[in-house]
Design a protein around this ligand. Sequence first.
Ligand code: SF4
Length: 199
Amino acid sequence: MGETECPSLGDLLSAVRECRACEKHLPLGPRPVLRAGESARILVVGQAPGARVHASGIPWDDPSGDRLREWMCLDKDRFYDESQIAIIPMGYCYPGRGKGGDLPPRRECAALWLDQLLARLPRIEVTLLIGLHAQRHFLGSRRKRSLTETVKAWREFAPEYLPLPHPSARNTPWFRSNPWFEHELLPVLREQEKSRPTR
Ligand code: SF4
């Protein structure tokens, strides 16, 4: 679908939800999970839905999402208010599992849709880059050698971007060995959200 055929964000989201471009690679079939409103000021870019989110169709509807909301100091009502917060992962459908856990997000999503979606979100002020895939895409050569170094260098990317680790429980050792994350970066993240106007 070309830009001229898809003038509104709503039309574009409908088109994305019909996408079957990489269907043959998806063990549970296509089910794009993303949400956005034109007035959104925060963009959350994660990796790809896990099996639980695939089943519910609700992004971050899992323990990782609970931790992310805790980081942001947001309850579910505010987190899922798409007029304020857009949630667009790097891959929109559950990619399946490999030996080391869930597979990486399908690259087709960003190639087909991401620029078109971003063009229809003119009020985004801060983009949360959660995990390596989002940081690689949005920061390009500005990204550091490791996720830890990239997150530690967050001041270089703020206020446009805030790089974050994935809030998965599997990263608990990382949170423990990087206490600066909780003491330095999370207060900034919370401040970003608090500074948004309430409806
Ligand atoms: S993963 Fe992305 S490209 Fe593949 S079917 Fe889903 S939305 Fe389309």
